[in-house]
Design a protein around this ligand. Structure first.
Ligand code: FPP
Length: 215
């Protein structure tokens, strides 16, 4: 969800106003994805590296997470959207962890699209935590995949990065091995259904070979 800070600065607003708008856009895009038949949507909300940002910005993003959790507890059943958090959540205060566990409980009885929110997430950190979780057991692609935060979630088919940068920034490093990537200059708070449809169209024009030959 890149470009929140630039979106706010362009309007003479503080960066946290961009994140607040970004959180609203996430809610709208999640609903649109669900309506278009997406089964899994994963967003990068806060990276392990984002902890190095100024304290007030970090606090603002955490505050938005809290607001999002509270709203989700009210809405996810009605919306038919399951929620899962990926990342090292141990840094969160107990109140947040209780809210996360409430969303997990609700998700267990809801069917519909799964929205995965990466929070205090880093692809490298996830791989290190997965290896530790294996605790000396044999390391294979299967065992490592099963020890990732994303265990049981299919690898992404399409990765969309808004905001103009063309890099992964430590997002789903293991899982994106064969993801198709679409980069757009649209700043995340300006992202609309038409950007989503354009990315889906670009995806359908790709020839996915997974290292094989063209069929
Ligand atoms: C990247 O834009 C965005 C973030 C680091 C934070 C994204 C967080 C939210 C949208 C709020 C949290 C939402 C939920 C649902 C938990 P940037 O700040 O790097 O933008 P810039 O490149 O323009 O500076």
């Amino acid at each position: 969800m890149d470009g929140n800070g630039r979106w706010a600065s362009k309007r003479g607003l503080p960066r946290h106003a961009g994140h607040a708008k970004g959180a609203e856009v996430f809610r709208r895009i999640a609903t649109e994805c669900k309506e278009m038949g997406v089964e899994y949507l994963t967003v990068y909300a806060f990276s392990t590296e984002n902890n190095s940002r100024p304290e007030d910005e970090v606090k603002a993003i955490w505050g938005l997470l809290r607001k999002y959790l509270l709203e989700s507890i009210e809405k996810m059943e009605k919306d038919g959207i399951r929620l899962k958090f990926l990342g090292d959540l141990d840094i969160l205060p107990p109140e947040y962890l209780e809210l996360v566990s409430k969303t997990n409980e609700i998700s267990a009885r809801v069917s519909g699209m799964q929205a995965n929110v990466c929070f205090n997430y880093g692809g490298r950190d996830e791989i290190v935590r997965a290896v530790k979780r294996l605790g000396g057991a044999e390391v294979t692609e299967k065992s490592l995949s099963d020890a990732m935060d994303t265990a049981g979630i299919p690898d992404p088919d399409l990765l969309i990065r808004p905001g103009g940068e063309k890099r992964l920034s430590n997002f789903l490093l293991w899982q994106s091995a064969y993801a198709e990537m679409v980069f757009t200059d649209t700043l995340w708070p300006d992202f609309t259904k038409s950007d989503l449809v354009a990315a889906f169209k670009e995806y359908t024009e790709r020839n996915r070979r997974f290292g094989g030959v063209k069929s």
